[in-house]
Design a protein around this ligand. Structure first.
Ligand SMILES: Nc1ncnc2c1ncn2[C@@H]1O[C@H](COP(=O)(O)OP(=O)(O)O)[C@@H](O)[C@H]1O
Ligand SMILES: [Mg+2]
Length: 359
């Protein structure tokens, strides 16, 4: 049997560069070399493409390592080819797994590039990726479609430049506290919880360093944070939701911020979670409906708040969720009955079976 040539893309320009390297490392280490020929392709923060030698294990990481792709490779990995543009190797691949988080990776840009080459790839296409990446667009669409979401205000660059007083008035109507966020970031980068009216403007300016499009959300207080994995169903059947999981942020963090996500032990990821059966079913149904509505494919993680009164609110959708061996997405599927390596196999098969281009 001929081996499937799978290219794993990682790193990239976004501030989630290192997280992407860690996710890709887990995926590369879980690919069965009897079945796959693995071509690791790192992208540096300044956009060089680095085709690397396959090694198993790929990287030897300790828990708090934040690896970086450089033109010499990554850690001890010997770079075999560096190019300014996508390398020729790309077109010889059977399938690409773009394990990229954040802008220029999870937002439809890479997906468009791969689509133009008519190569199969894991995950959502241009539309699903772009909508899901942009919190202003996705929240507005969710609201219009009747999904339950919290109150929010979106701020376009032109509104901030030309109509700041009016924008700040609308934000004040949300009450306090609020969460100020860049529209297209991730890993909680650029996000602030603001409890005083006098600090809203500076929080918006700080978020604008990440993205000129901003969303301000009313804080959902005393709610549980529940996440749910979704994958495209087998044989193009209806999309499937995993068992949900809960994030419990322990003391020392106001919310699930970057440090809590990656750098300390302040968070418990609980799966499966204790939820009222009806609430769980409702949440899983919302998860698959959001996935379908946004034209997502392959995989996504849909995040929710569940209030004290058991009201389910959609928070956000991630089309390339964290994929390290301890990340929520693979752990939820493991509890649902699909081991890490089976999940990776499944996603690659689904990508190969899917027609390329518009479908
Ligand atoms: N409206 C909100 N109410 C309460 N907590 C929030 C709200 N928005 C965000 N948070 C907190 O901030 C974290 C990061 O926000 P999120 O929108 O998920 O951004 P990211 O895409 O960076 O993960 C959430 O996991 C949650 O802990
Ligand atoms: Mg989030």
């Amino acid at each position: 049997m001929e081996k499937i040539r799978v290219g794993v893309l990682f790193g990239g320009r976004s501030s989630e560069h290192s997280i992407s390297c860690i996710s890709a490392n887990s995926i590369i280490n879980n690919l069965d070399r009897k079945k796959y020929e693995v071509v690791p392709i790192g992208i540096t923060a300044d956009n060089l493409w680095v085709v690397m030698e396959d090694k198993n294990p790929f990287l030897n990481l300790t828990k708090t390592d934040l690896p970086e792709v450089t033109k010499e490779g990554i850690q001890t990995n010997k770079a075999i080819k560096v190019s300014q543009t996508p390398p020729d190797e790309l077109i010889s691949l059977d399938v690409i797994f773009p394990v990229l988080h954040g802008p220029y990776g999870e937002d439809g840009t890479i997906q468009g590039l791969i689509d133009l080459h008519a190569i199969a790839f894991v995950g959502s296409g241009v539309l699903g990726s772009a909508i899901s990446m942009d919190k202003t667009t996705s929240k507005a669409l969710l609201k219009v479609a009747g999904f339950p979401v919290g109150d929010f205000v979106t701020i376009l660059d032109s509104q901030w430049q030309n109509d700041k007083a009016n924008v700040l008035n609308k934000v004040k109507e949300l009450g306090l506290p609020v969460f100020v966020k860049p529209a297209r970031a991730g890993s909680s980068l650029g996000i602030q919880k603001v409890k005083e009216a006098g600090k809203i403007e500076s929080a918006i300016e700080e978020a604008r360093v990440h993205d000129k499009r901003i969303i301000v959300e009313k804080a959902i207080e005393e709610a549980r944070e529940i996440e749910c994995g979704v994958i495209t169903g087998e044989g193009k059947k209806a999309s499937r939701a995993s068992l949900p999981a809960e994030i419990i942020v322990k003391s020392g963090h106001e919310f699930y911020d970057f440090e809590a996500k990656y750098l300390d032990d302040s968070v418990d990821l609980v799966v499966p979670v204790k939820l009222d059966k009806k609430v769980q079913e409702e949440l899983q149904e919302f998860a698959t409906r959001v996935f379908d509505f946004f034209n997502c494919e392959g995989l996504a993680r849909v995040d929710f708040f569940v209030t004290k009164d058991n009201e389910v609110l959609v928070s956000e959708i991630n089309t390339m969720p964290g994929f390290t061996s301890i990340s929520m997405f693979p752990r939820m599927w493991e509890k649902t009955g699909m081991k890490y390596s089976e999940l990776v196999d499944y996603l690659i098969k689904e990508a190969i079976d899917r027609p390329v281009g518009l479908h």
